[in-house]
Design a binder for this molecule. Structure first.
Ligand code: UD1
Length: 342
């Protein structure tokens, strides 16, 4: 029997890699996306990797009638809910767009799960819920949450609360928040990767777009942080490893009736911005045009995961390295450039 998994935002960066990982592990993902924030080329890439086109439903996750019809059509074993806006800066200028889409989407998903008795949910949360960690920068799931610095961050913060409250009211559900650290890299095949819309906000696509010549120069935001080299520290996790964590999460939920868990998904190791730049230059042989600039508002100084719970509970740990990530991200950028030349 097919094990249908609804993957909202399945054409997005993490969603598309998760679709691959699900198929590789015997699930049948139903990719839900309205492509407003995703590139349709993803479908070709997925078809290339999987040998056939995944099942796609073009529905807005906030569309009550549309989503209900999807739940009527498939007998889902579980849901992985990615569909959400994620640009931190944009969320400051357009908070209502973020609260509306990210929270209504989640509420619509949960309502249908309750109505159709679909038990297992994995929710895309973020290390942003820790805000600027006080004291130790290696955060465990018990580290107190802090208010995030953006409406985007709050949608994850409130999203986790909505899930917890839903669990209290419906304890037969199995719900899991995965708190991602910084996803980077691309699928080895270069068939799928990240498609930043407009100018990228995140470090890795900014690096690769600068190296390829799409952008002129990378600005390193701040060199006076109290860290090893004065630049911020993050936990960069390869998107293929991150995708597999969702498969492990689902199989855990399937085996554990009535559970609510929150789990960090990171490597457990922090890297500075300069370390990422150096890794990029040394692994790819590309010289990067970069300069120090002012601090970016809202950036936390340092945060990285304690990833012990992921290992103990899910049996998951990251396998790929920063070296893999910079090489894969660079090969993906070169592939995009070739496609654009055609
Ligand atoms: C942010 C969010 C995170 C979200 C992610 C997804 C916060 C605190 N973090 O992560 O929750 O999931 O975006 O979009 O809200 N940098 C530069 N120059 C650049 C770009 C980045 O120096 O041009 C530096 C930043 O200062 C930071 C690091 O690179 O130290 C990573 O930045 P970025 O990739 O934007 O991710 P976060 O801000 O960590």
């Amino acid at each position: 029997m097919e094990k249908y998994i609804l993957v909202t935002g399945g054409a997005g960066y993490i969603g598309s890699h998760t679709v691959v990982s699900l198929v590789e592990n015997g699930y049948t993902p139903i990719l839900l996306d309205d492509f407003r924030n995703a590139n349709r080329i993803v479908v070709d890439g997925l078809t290339q990797i999987l040998g056939q086109q995944p099942i796609i439903v073009e529905v807005d996750v906030c569309d009550e009638k549309g989503l209900k019809e999807v739940f009527e059509r498939f007998n889902f074993v579980g849901v992985i809910h990615f569909a959400a806006y994620k640009a931190v800066g944009e969320s400051v200028g357009e908070p209502l767009k973020y609260y509306q889409n990210n929270l209504m989407g989640l509420i619509n998903v949960l309502s249908n799960m309750v109505a159709f008795n679909v038990k297992n949910l994995v929710f895309s949360s973020s290390c942003t819920v820790y805000g600027e960690p006080k004291g130790i920068k290696e955060v465990t799931e018990e580290t107190p949450k802090n208010f995030p610095s953006s409406p985007y961050g709050f949608t994850k913060w409130i999203g986790e609360q909505i899930i917890e409250d839903t669990f209290k009211a419906y304890p037969s559900l199995n719900l899991m928040n995965l708190r991602y650290f910084n996803p980077v890299g691309a699928h080895k095949s270069t068939a799928i990767g990240e498609f930043p819309i407009g100018k990228p906000n995140n470090l890795m696509p900014y690096i690769t777009q600068t190296a390829i010549g799409k952008l002129e120069k990378l600005t390193v935001f701040g060199n006076d942080y109290p860290t090893v080299d004065g630049t911020c520290i993050r936990d960069y996790i390869h998107v293929v490893d991150l995708a597999f964590a969702h498969v492990k999460a689902l199989s855990f939920l399937e085996k554990n009736e009535g559970c609510f868990e929150t789990i960090n998904i990171g490597t457990g190791k922090g890297s500075s911005v300069l370390e990422i730049i150096n890794a990029f230059e040394s692994e790819t042989g590309q010289k990067l045009n970069w300069a120090f600039g002012l601090r970016r508002e809202g950036d936390v100084t340092e945060i990285f995961a304690n990833a012990t719970k992921a290992k103990n509970v899910l049996g998951w740990e990251s396998k790929l390295t920063i070296k893999d990530a910079v090489i894969d991200a660079w090969n993906w950028e070169k592939k995009l450039a070739e496609q654009n030349e055609k």
